[in-house]
Design a protein around this ligand. Structure first.
Ligand code: SAM
Length: 228
């Protein structure tokens, strides 16, 4: 078992963009996501992307006119982001998202934590910290956007094998091993090198958050903040 950081550095970051359908598709999916929710800068324009990866949210947000701080543990993914987009409106920080307040000096208009980043944290308590820090960092009317996979319902037997993506050179399968509060994510990747299939494998943990729990906790936390 490796840490999230080691998992991305040793295996996932090399195929992450491919896994998301490629750079152009991943960017256009997120452009459509923000457009459909009318996300545009309307006050300070300060945005923070928690677990920015290779920038599939940060880049569209910077293009929409936000000043974005993109935070991630993966140096490789942040390097990929910087090689695809270079503008003073987007700053990358290699750090844990639990430290994000150290890198943002003013209140934010928007905080995003998307595509499962929140479930990469070690515990529900850490997720609660992210909600608490976010609500205390948002300006009046600011928004927190979270997207994640609800792993609270257990898949059984062979349904735990998930064919994630494949093409003529890469086959990516995921196997889920459920624990009471976490799931062991086994990523099994065959990559064709010089005509031969090579197996790459690594395993890390995600936490099991239900949509209901996240909604209840974040509403509770946001209303507490309102009364301060
Ligand atoms: C599933 S990826 C999502 C990346 C990006 N938001 C996207 O939609 O493509 C999760 C990202 O969170 C990062 N990550 C996980 N835990 C983190 C932590 N505690 N602090 C900073 N980054 C973290 C990983 O390195 C990875 O880039």
């Amino acid at each position: 078992m490796v840490t999230v950081e080691e998992h991305y550095e040793s295996l996932l970051s090399d195929v992450y963009t491919w896994l998301m359908g490629g750079f152009d598709e991943a960017i256009s999916n997120n452009v459509a996501f923000f457009k459909s929710r009318n996300i545009t800068p309307s006050s300070s324009g300060i945005a923070v992307d928690l677990g920015a990866g290779s920038g599939f949210q940060s880049i569209p947000l910077a293009e929409l006119g936000f000043n974005v701080t993109a935070i991630d543990l993966s140096k490789k993914l942040l390097n990929e982001l910087n090689s695809n987009f270079s503008h003073h409106s987007l700053v990358t920080i290699n750090d844990d998202i639990l430290n994000f307040k150290d890198h943002v000096s003013a209140n934010c208009e928007l905080i995003v934590c998307m595509t499962d980043t929140i479930t990469h944290l070690k515990s529900k308590d850490d997720a609660l910290k992210i909600f608490q820090y976010s609500f205390s960092s948002l300006e009046d009317g600011g928004k927190l956007i979270l997207t994640f996979r609800d792993l609270s319902t257990e898949l059984k037997d062979t349904d735990r094998f998930i064919p994630v993506r494949s093409d003529e050179n890469i086959i990516f399968t995921c196997f889920l091993e459920y624990e009471p509060t976490t799931v062991k994510i086994h990523d099994i990747v065959y990559i064709k090198t010089h005509g031969k299939w090579e197996l790459h494998k690594s395993c890390y943990r995600k936490i099991r958050l239900s949509v209901e729990w996240v909604e209840n906790q974040s509403v509770k936390m946001a209303s507490k903040q309102l009364w301060r």
